[in-house]
Ligand binder design. Structure first.
Ligand code: NAP
Length: 229
């Protein structure tokens, strides 16, 4: 049985990851900022005894670091850094909310590294050793269309962080990738998005299942294609 840890698990893509991995019989460690209000997640946990729900704000780096102790000795096969924030309303080239951008950076870029560091030993104990960070096609510098500077920059930065980490942790057999989920119908993606969470997550799960050490450091789409950086 695999153990999968997922952040931002109370809604959207994160909740769907929990649903699908739990249905497949995995043990799921699900993190939400406000577990008491995570009604759909709690309902899932009532149906699947192998779902554990815990509280975590990924921008609280001290709490992230403490997780290494709380989960000491627990093998983690797949860590999905899913929690994400679209950023402040004002994030254009002409008008930027810099404080909001800093918060976005904490959630989208620093949180995923804080968690990866805290759970490095757990990943080493896991059979699969997969560190998956949900990025965005909007992170691509090569294909940018302008606008949404804060969101794009924080996702481009986490791509860079994970690419470098993949080199540093190759010695441990850890496979680190960034995966873009496509444009998905969630609170963030909006109702006009072409993909359902079910489609995106089942695609990403297939990609994750097929990862080998040769894939570490790649920027992949939900269908497993490589994206230009
Ligand atoms: N939907 C799309 O089209 C799309 C496209 C490209 C990339 N993505 C990426 O996919 C991931 C999931 O997005 P989504 O569409 O499911 O978005 P969503 O519906 O807005 O959900 C975002 C999730 O992240 C959590 N979160 C935000 N800030 C957090 C923090 N500081 N600590 C812990 N959790 C936090 C939210 O928790 P709360 O409920 O507590 O706020 C929520 O669970 C994100 O990384 C996003 O950037 C989405």
């Amino acid at each position: 049985m695999s153990t999968v840890l997922i952040t931002g698990a109370n809604r959207g893509i994160g909740l769907e990851f929990v649903r699908q991995y739990a249905s497949d019989g995995a043990k799921v460690i699900a993190f939400a900022r406000e577990p008491d209000r995570a009604n759909e997640l709690k309902e899932l946990a009532r149906k699947h005894s192998k779902i554990e729900v815990h509280k975590l704000d990924v921008s609280d780096f001290k709490t992230c670091a403490a997780l290494g102790k709380t989960l000491a000795g627990e093998p983690i096969d797949i860590l999905v850094n899913n929690a994400g924030y679209y950023g402040p309303k004002r994030q254009s080239a002409d008008d930027m909310d810099f404080d909001g951008w800093a918060c976005t950076f904490a959630v989208n870029t620093m949180g995923p590294l804080a968690l990866a560091q805290a759970l490095h030993e757990n990943l080493k104990l896991g059979r699969e050793k997969k560190l998956v960070t949900i990025t965005s096609g909007m992170a691509s510098t090569a294909t940018t269309e302008g606008g949404y500077l804060a969101y794009r920059a924080t996702k481009a930065a986490v791509n860079n962080v994970m690419r470098n980490l993949s080199v540093d942790w190759r010695k441990d057999g850890i496979i680190a990738v960034v995966v873009s989920p496509g444009w998905v119908r969630t609170d963030m993606g909006g109702q006009g998005a072409p993909l359902s969470p079910e489609q995106s997550v089942s695609g990403m799960r297939q990609v994750i299942a097929g990862l080998t050490p040769a894939d570490s450091g790649k920027f992949l789409t939900w269908q497993g294609h490589e994206r230009p950086w």
